[in-house]
Design a protein around this ligand. Structure first.
Ligand code: SF4
Ligand code: F3S
Ligand code: FES
Length: 232
């Protein structure tokens, strides 16, 4: 089949404004948008810039806006999309070039919630055990691949880029509800600040956008409850 791919291009060295460029390509219905981008880059225009790595929905590096929605290019099949297929950089972030956005703030927000296990007890001789029930408590939020589809879909984030954003809260949840961790209060204090969880207006775009099927809004609500009621 023939497909039309419209890509929002921007090269800060030459362009004052972003502009659309259109490419007509032969594709199989089971090709992924990433295959189309690779074909453009490798066969038509080597200057096209986008991030990708694993090509299998694991690394989280090729999130972009495809036909108006945040998705991973490597997980989006041509046959799922109406034509022309439009591809744009993620919203709410500064565009560095073409489909590459500046993720400095995104990762600063992620680091701010201390996304690692903190336990100051003496090091045990063997691993710290946890019951299946306790492990289940944060199972959903361990699935995050930090793609940013949730944060780029959140109107509260568009309005206020200082909002820590759903991705950072999901990763805070992963440790706040881990029975082996001892820094939940510290993370809750960080998220109870001006640009923390209360910027979330329960809009649910994040949950719809997550390619890992994480119940993002639910995780945010659980963090809010933990702050207000101490429920963990
Ligand atoms: Fe991506 Fe989902 Fe993690 Fe958000 S919660 S960064 S959408 S994997
Ligand atoms: Fe935004 Fe999701 Fe909350 S879209 S407002 S973080 S529920
Ligand atoms: Fe790794 Fe798509 S390239 S998630």
């Amino acid at each position: 089949m023939q497909v039309t791919l419209r890509i929002r291009r921007y090269n800060p060295e030459h362009d004052r404004e972003p502009h659309w460029e259109e490419y007509r390509l032969q594709a199989d219905p089971t090709d992924r948008v990433l295959d189309l981008l690779n074909r453009v880059k490798w066969e038509v225009d080597g200057t096209l810039a986008y991030r990708r790595s694993c090509a299998h929905g694991v690394c989280g590096s090729d999130a972009m806006i495809i036909n108006g929605k945040a998705r991973l290019a490597c997980k989006t099949l041509v046959k799922e999309l109406s034509q022309p297929i439009t591809v744009e950089p993620m919203r709410g972030f500064r565009v560095k070039k073409d489909l590459i956005v500046d993720f400095t703030g995104f990762f600063a927000a992620y680091r701010s919630i201390k996304p690692y296990l903190i336990n100051n007890d003496p090091e045990p001789e063997r691993e710290r055990l946890q019951s299946p029930h306790d492990r289940e408590r944060f199972d959903d939020t361990t699935k995050c691949i930090l793609c940013g589809c949730c944060t780029t879909s959140c109107p509260s984030f568009w309005a206020n880029p200082d909002y820590v954003g759903p991705a950072a809260i999901v990763n805070a949840h992963r440790f706040i509800f881990d029975s082996r961790d001892q820094a939940a209060d510290e993370r809750l204090r960080i998220l109870n600040s001006r640009d923390g969880v209360w910027r979330c207006r329960t809009i649910f775009n994040c949950t719809e956008a997550c390619p890992r099927g994480i119940e993002v809004t639910r995780a945010i609500q659980e963090v809010k409850r933990a702050i207000l009621l101490g429920q963990r």
